[in-house]
Design a protein around this ligand. Structure first.
Ligand SMILES: *Cc1c(COP(=O)(O)O)cnc(C)c1O
Length: 383
């Protein structure tokens, strides 16, 4: 980074669209198979000799890339997923964006993409939302959200496998359907014997595109059989890692009678260090102290089956920005169903409901909390 031009949000230039698009209504959103994005995006490019260009806010639209661009051949791509929430008080908020910005830097480093100051990325995310928020997520849509996707790709013409010498950072904003309330709760199928999502020494801890495409073959089979996602197990004991692209939590009574909230650990680098995961753990440690123990440690599918058989399995949920907090009602493993208690019709049971409620209250401004920051909106652009 040193002598090269750093990523600098204060240099952001604004070129507004001359062809503003219509904001889709709920029906259009529900029936669209394509992601509908907002009017603008932010783009900054990098090259190894000069560093970062001044970031530009400009109309959303296609890029031009050479067919030999390195991202198209060697998966030089990493990304983040965040949401901007329209609060019940009319304000727009984002949740712990500093964490996402730092994680994008970590992912970029893992695949030799350029470095940047995560604080500058955070400022750019806020700048884009401050322009797009009031039109694309109006106050009449309180309780709804936009999905924000910062991405970095290698763009140099390079068929030799080498560190990219050119890259593009961009931030786009679009709609995503709400997925946290599947009727009857979420149903998971464990991965087939011959597939894993990540492995020790691999890159499952980084949000790099290479982790996601290859997982879809198993996920499609899960859909075909009526499940929502794959529960990815790892190793001969069947350690539970993640539920699709979400972190996986179980609440059970241990054999010693203590109530425990457990999720997979970070130290073997198999799982994504989710912002939602971290927030759930921190809240449980702070607000459910005395009520349950909070553990980040290995646990196996066999232990879940055993707990279910002994009536010690209390709740389970998936946690991530996309799915938010989704109760899990069923896990199917090697021909057997494991039923997990939920509230009525797959709504959250007690602990899941408390954690989901606390987080939702912060995101939608029912409670002020340092994790959820208000995005100052550009009043003059309001329709
Ligand atoms: C993004 C992601 C998560 C969730 O992370 P959050 O920061 O909570 O959104 C979990 N697992 C995987 C594999 C992911 O890609």
């Amino acid at each position: 980074m040193d002598s090269l031009h750093p990523l600098d949000a204060s240099q952001l230039t604004y070129t507004y669209t001359t062809a503003p698009r219509e904001v889709p209504d709920a029906k259009t959103l529900a029936s669209s198979h394509k992601t509908i994005c907002t009017d603008h995006m932010i783009v900054a490019s990098w090259n190894v000799e000069s560093g970062w260009t001044a970031p530009e806010l400009k109309p959303y639209g296609p890029f031009s890339l050479l067919p030999s661009a390195s991202c198209l051949h060697y998966a030089y791509e990493c990304f983040e997923g965040l949401k901007a929430y329209r609060g019940h008080d009319g304000k727009l908020r984002m949740f712990r964006t500093d964490r996402n910005a730092r994680r994008l830097l970590m992912s970029a480093q893992r695949i030799s993409l350029p470095q940047f100051d995560p604080d500058e990325l955070e400022k750019l995310i806020y700048a884009l939302l401050s322009v797009e928020g009031s039109k694309w997520l109006p106050k009449s849509r309180a309780g709804a959200f936009l999905y924000v996707r910062p991405t970095i790709i290698g763009t140099d013409s390079q068929l030799g496998v080498a560190r990219p010498t050119e890259a593009l950072l961009y931030i786009i904003v679009g709609y995503m359907v709400r997925m946290d309330m599947p009727a009857g709760g979420k149903r998971l199928l464990t991965n087939p014997d011959d597939m894993v999502r990540s492995w020790v020494g691999g890159f499952g801890y980084a949000k790099v595109g290479a982790n996601y495409g290859p997982s879809v073959l198993a996920t499609q089979e899960a859909y075909r059989q009526g499940y929502h996602q794959i529960l990815w197990l790892y190793g001969p004991e069947g350690d539970c890692t993640e539920a699709g692209g979400s972190n996986f939590f179980v609440i059970w009574k241990r054999k010693d009678g203590k109530k425990e909230l457990v999720t997979a650990p970070l130290d073997d680098q198999l799982i994504l260090n989710g912002v939602t995961r971290r927030s759930c753990l921190e809240l449980a440690r702070e607000r459910l102290k005395g009520e349950l123990e909070v553990s980040e440690q290995k646990f196996t599918i066999g232990e879940i089956q055993e707990a279910a058989a002994e009536n010690r399995l209390l709740e389970s949920f998936a946690a991530g920005t996309a799915w938010f907090i989704t109760p899990i009602a069923l896990i199917h493993h090697r021909g057997r169903d494991i039923h997990i208690p939920t509230g009525p019709d797959g709504t959250p049971a007690e602990i899941t409901g408390k954690i989901k409620g606390w987080l939702g209250d912060m995101m939608y401004g029912r409670v002020e909390h340092e994790w959820a920051r208000v995005v100052p909106e550009r009043e003059e652009l309001k329709e």
